[in-house]
Design a protein around this ligand. Structure first.
Ligand code: IPE
Ligand code: IPE
Ligand code: MG
Length: 256
């Protein structure tokens, strides 16, 4: 499927974001505030994931993308990294059947070569089981980095179409990005108070609306999601044009 690109087309602006991408941040601080080990925050964060999947289905969001583990998160203490890997396995084991029953298509993006074979196998089986589901596409970004994504796409493109070297277009590269199956995010949310992108979807967020909230991920709830969507609805998405152009007939506004 070919999706509109925010730089080559002027995409439609849906009132419910079609694609929501979230950096789930603040688990460690949530736990620390309660004098619990950091990993207790990660565990509690899985419950927020469950609630967000349900809420996005109910609101008609078609794509939900969650940053679960960045290519830089290997720098964390060994114990925390192995807890996160174990949590990924147990969450997949516990949730995949329910996701399937609810019509969710699961995708995992990132460099899976660093993961244990058991985890990779679970991921692949989950993706295969849910491949035809259409209600919501849930993407988990794991060992993902925006730079990794662009670079792997460049490498694949060079191999696939060496004869076009020097003349590649944006759409040529996009076909090889890890999330080529999804439209670009309309709404980007980061919980936990930091206002940075931390190497998430660098290419795909070119024209997303950004929403930052101090709420820690385990505390993020349906009301918080609705507040983010409300904020998104109030934005004027101009894609390079002027405000006046948006308020004139489409035939005139699109004439550049
Ligand atoms: C996000 O929460 C989860 C992962 C990065 C895996 P953090 O663990 O970064 O929580 P804080 O930012 O330390 O509070
Ligand atoms: C970003 O959170 C990655 C994920 C949520 C998976 P971090 O907590 O790792 O980001 P930084 O290090 O504060 O930028
Ligand atoms: Mg963090």
């Amino acid at each position: 499927m070919i999706f509109p690109s925010a730089t080559r087309d002027v995409p439609e602006v849906p009132s419910v974001p079609r694609h929501v991408a979230i950096i789930m941040d603040g688990n460690g601080r949530w736990a620390k505030k309660r004098f619990l080990p950091r990993v207790a925050g990660h565990k509690r964060g899985v419950e927020t994931v469950r609630a967000m999947v349900k809420a996005c289905i109910e609101r008609g969001v078609a794509y939900l993308t969650l940053f679960a583990f960045s290519s830089e998160n290997w720098r964390r203490p060994k114990d925390e990294v192995s807890f996160l890997m174990g949590l990924f396995v147990s969450a997949l084991e516990a949730e995949i059947g329910k996701l399937h029953a609810n019509g969710v298509c699961l995708r995992v993006v990132g460099d899976l070569s660093a993961f244990e074979p058991r985890l990779v196998d679970l991921i692949r089986r989950g993706e295969a089981l849910t491949a035809d589901n259409k209600r919501l596409t849930l993407t988990i970004a794991a060992n993902y980095g925006g730079r990794w994504d662009i670079l792997q796409a460049v490498n694949r493109l060079c191999k696939a179409e060496p004869e076009k070297a020097g003349n590649y277009q944006e759409c040529d590269l996009e076909a090889h990005l890890a999330m080529a199956y999804a439209p670009e995010p309309d709404l980007f949310i980061r919980t936990g108070g930091e206002e940075r992108i931390s190497n998430f979807l660098l290419w795909q967020l070119a024209y997303a609306e950004f929403y930052f909230t101090p709420i820690l991920w385990p505390d993020f709830d349906v009301a918080a999601l609705d507040a983010a969507i409300d904020s998104y609805r109030k934005r004027e998405r101009r894609f390079g044009r002027t405000s006046e152009q948006l308020n004139t007939p489409a035939s005139v506004a699109n004439d550049r």
